[in-house]
Structure formats: structure tokens, C-alpha cells
Design a binder for this molecule. Structure first.
Ligand code: 5AD
Ligand code: SF4
Length: 434
């Protein structure tokens, strides 16, 4: 199983492995040991499909040894038929909406049946069929609550690869989280491409009829054993007051919000079809900080979208300074065939994009370092997640999603312990049990 891209893909890979377990399959460390290779691909930026072709090239020997090769994920969804035509090594292609069919496909050997392209959309069915109990790898687990997007940002392929927005029912989510809690999960991260667009009918007996993500988080917080709740990725347009209030009132909702803005220029935001302004975004951040003063803000930025001039880029820098991110991803705009951005006038030269990205990342690195530095000397509750590389070392997570390295007995993995933070590395904190 090889996975590219976002956490949704990581989660899907975990689910696909789980679905194949009853058939006797186990995840292997190297492709050489595999009978079945699943490439779970990402389509978000350029060269994604190219990477898959080079991976398939590297798998030639494995294939010659009799392994089956499957392409899954968003490249499969977007370019499945082209991929099959170009790379005959591929035995079957399966899109994200068809993963529940995987055991059936594998069991009856796709080649023999002649059907090798599984990219139909029927999300409800997928959600229904993925409800089997899971075996998560540690005390923290992902749970998909929403999939797809119909916002159609002009740079983005997701609405085409993952389809329209669909929310999973509160009952199904509750059941899955309960099962996870029973097998030792302490923290759940609710996943969705537009996770805060989640909405659903409340379970029978609840006070309101329709729930948003805030109500769902509060509800899940009541499940025995669940100590931490997170969600990702949000859209500023769906950041309603109910959710913001939950940050202030539900202590199990962790003080970390990933709220991408993409640009600080209103002109570019309009061209991106974002449906919000720089000002409205800043006001939301302000509100969230009022509700939960210690919240860590994270985001995504794109530099070099068509029409971005130096002044527009400077507005992105300015907004970044105002928000003061705890961490933020930043990307050069990548033309995705089929999206409106790809054919817009005033595409930005590659060198200009690179130079702007460097300037933005220098600022973001400074902000990240300052945020990490501010934790040094504090005592933070840390969820111990897994053993570290060194003997006696354990790696945990701070409330702000920072990795924390400390000395502790591995038997304590799964506990939330107080840790005195003593120092920081490039992307992590160091501490002692306090
Ligand atoms: N080019 C560059 N970055 C992109 N993203 C999405 N589409 C593109 C693209 N065409 C970024 C956005 C999004 C994140 C998941 O990837 O910042 O929030
Ligand atoms: Fe890639 Fe987006 Fe698909 Fe995730 S949802 S795999 S980031 S294209």
C-alpha cells in the first residue's frame, strides 16, 4: 500500500487494508513482498499522475513475479481510463467512491471478470458499507464524517475527484467512534474536504433537529474514553457561530484550527471563487481567538495564482503577519487541467512563483518557530502515541498538534500526561514528565 496526499487518503488506505484483512491480506513493508500493490494517489497538484507512472515502472519486477497492481485515489478517479491505456501493468483502477467493492474485486480477480474500472459515484453506499469495526494503529484515529466539495474554487480538482458534498449520518459516526473508544482510541480527528460543512439529522431525542459540526463534536465528546476531538479541513464559508462557540465551551475540542485562506488579496480571492474576503477571514480568526484564546491557527496558502502581481502577493504576506500562524502549508499554484484557473489569463511565471514561495515560507517558518518557542517552560497535556526511535523514548502530541519527545515507559502509551516542555527541535518539542 503506497499513499500520497492528504489525511483522507491515509484514512482510506487504512480502511482498504482493513477490508482486505478477512481475505488474508496484510500490509507489507516492501513492494517485493506484495501479492497486491495498491497505489493510493493524489491529484491535487501537477506531476501526481507522472509519479504514479514512475512508481509503476519501478514495480516491473514485482509485477513480473505475479503481483496484481491497482491504482486507487484521486488520480484513479480523474484519469483512470487514460492510465489503463498508458500503463497496461495496471490490473484495475478503483476510485474513492468504490472502495467498499475492493474485497469482491480482489476475490474474483478483476482481470478474469473483465471489469477493471471502478470509478462510479455512490457515496452513500460507500459510507454504509465501510461501517465494519476497525483496528486502529494507536490511541489516535481518523474518522471520515464528510466527503466531497461543491464550492468549486477555481484552482481545485477536488469537486471533480471526490464529488459533491456528502455528510455521513451522526448515528453512523457515533457508532464508529464508540467502537474506536472501546479498542483504546482516545483522540479522534474528524475528516472531510469541507469538514465544517458537515450537517445531519440529530439522533432521536436530541434537543435540535439538525446538527452542525459543533453539535456533533459536543456529542462525540460524551463518549466514554474519548478525550480529544479534532477536525480538518475547514472552509471559512462554513465556519458558523455554533462551531466557534464549541471551541470555547467543549474542553475536549482541541485548541487547533486549520482554516485555509489561500490568499490575502480580495481580487485574487474573487478570481479563486472563494466566497470570502481577507477581512471576513480575519474577523473569523478574531472570533475564534475570543472564544478560545490559546487556539493555534493553521492554514493553506497558494502563491502565483493567475493575476497575482507583487501588490497582491504583498497582501498575502500582510494577512499572514496579521494571523500569525502556528503552522501553515504553502504551495505554488499548479495548473490543473479541467479547472477554470488553468485557462485564465496572466499565468504567473515559475521563477516568480518560486521566489514568492520562498519569501512566504521564510515568514511562516519564523512564525512556527516562535509558536513552538512559546511552549518552552510550559506544562502541556500530551497524548502518548507511540514509541520513539531511541530506547525509553515515547512520542506524543500536544493540544496544538506538536510532536513531543520524552522519556516514558511504553506501557503508558494511550495516556494523556502532563509534560514540562524543555526545548524544541525543527518540527517538534522535547519535554519531561512533569
Ligand atoms: N495548486 C496549488 N495548490 C493547490 N491546492 C489545491 N489545489 C491547488 C492547486 N491547483 C492547495 C490548497 C488546498 C490544499 C489542500 O492544496 O491550498 O487548501
Ligand atoms: Fe489529493 Fe485532494 Fe484527493 Fe486528498 S482529496 S487525495 S489532497 S486530490
Amino acid at each position: 500500500m503506497k499513499t500520497w496526499g492528504c489525511q483522507m487518503n491515509v484514512y482510506d488506505s487504512e480502511r482498504m487494508s482493513g477490508l482486505l484483512k478477512p481475505l488474508g491480506y496484510e500490509v507489507t513493508e516492501t513492494p517485493a513482498d506484495a501479492d497486491l500493490v495498491i497505489l493510493n494517489t493524489c491529484h491535487i497538484r501537477e506531476k501526481a499522475a507522472e509519479k504514479v507512472y514512475s512508481e509503476i515502472g519501478r514495480l516491473r519486477e514485482v509485477k513480473a513475479g505475479g503481483a496484481t497492481i491497482a491504482v486507487a485515489g484521486c488520480v484513479a478517479q480523474a484519469e483512470g481510463a487514460e492510465m489503463q491505456a498508458r500503463a497496461p501493468e495496471i490490473d484495475f483502477v478503483i476510485g474513492p467512491q468504490s472502495y467498499h467493492k475492493l474485497p469482491e474485486i480482489v476475490a474474483r480477480s478483476a482481470r478474469e471478470s473483465g471489469e477493471t474500472l471502478f470509478t462510479d459515484f455512490a457515496v452513500e453506499e460507500k459510507f454504509d458499507r465501510l461501517a465494519e469495526p476497525r483496528e486502529p494503529g494507536g490511541p489516535s484515529a481518523f474518522v471520515t464524517v464528510q466527503e466531497g466539495c461543491d464550492k468549486f474554487c477555481t484552482f481545485c480538482v477536488v469537486p471533480y475527484t471526490r464529488g459533491v458534498e456528502v455528510s455521513r449520518s451522526a448515528d453512523a459516526i457515533t457508532l464508529e467512534v464508540r467502537q474506536l473508544a472501546q479498542v483504546g482510541v482516545r483522540e479522534v480527528t474528524l475528516l472531510g474536504q469541507n469538514v465544517n460543512a458537515w450537517h445531519g439529522a440529530a439522533p432521536v431525542g436530541a434537543s435540535a433537529e439538525n446538527w452542525g459540526l459543533g453539535e456533533l463534536c459536543r456529542h462525540l465528546a460524551q463518549i466514554d474514553g474519548i478525550e480529544r476531538i479534532r477536525f480538518t479541513t475547514s472552509h471559512p464559508r462554513d465556519m458558523d457561530d455554533g462551531l466557534i462557540e464549541a471551541f470555547g465551551e467543549e474542553p475536549k475540542l482541541m485548541p487547533y484550527l486549520h482554516l485555509p485562506v489561500q490568499s490575502g488579496s480580495d481580487r485574487i480571492l474573487r478570481a479563486m471563487n472563494r466566497g470570502h474576503t481577507a477581512e471576513s477571514y480575519l474577523r473569523q480568526i478574531e472570533k475564534v481567538r475570543q472564544a478560545r484564546p490559546d487556539i493555534a491557527i493553521s492554514g493553506d496558502m497558494i502563491v502565483g495564482f493567475p493575476g497575482e502581481d507583487e501588490a497582491a502577493f504583498e497582501e498575502t504576506m500582510q494577512l499572514t503577519r496579521e494571523v500569525d500562524y502556528a503552522s501553515c502549508f504553502s504551495f505554488k499554484y499548479s495548473r490543473r487541467p479541467g479547472t477554470p484557473g488553468a485557462t485564465m489569463a496572466k499565468q504567473v511565471a515559475e521563477e516568480v512563483k518560486s521566489e514568492r514561495l520562498q519569501r512566504l515560507q521564510a515568514l511562516l517558518n519564523e512564525q512556527r518557530a516562535a509558536f513552538d518557542e512559546a511552549q518552552v517552560g510550559k506544562v502541556l497535556p500530551v497524548l502518548l502515541e507511540k514509541p520513539g526511535r531511541q530506547h525509553g523514548q515515547v512520542i506524543g502530541k500536544s493540544p496544538y498538534l506538536q510532536s513531543v519527545f520524552l522519556e516514558a515507559d511504553a506501557s503508558r502509551i494511550g495516556e494523556i500526561v502532563d509534560v514540562r516542555i524543555e526545548g524544541r527541535g525543527v518540527n517538534s518539542l522535547r519535554g519531561v514528565l512533569g
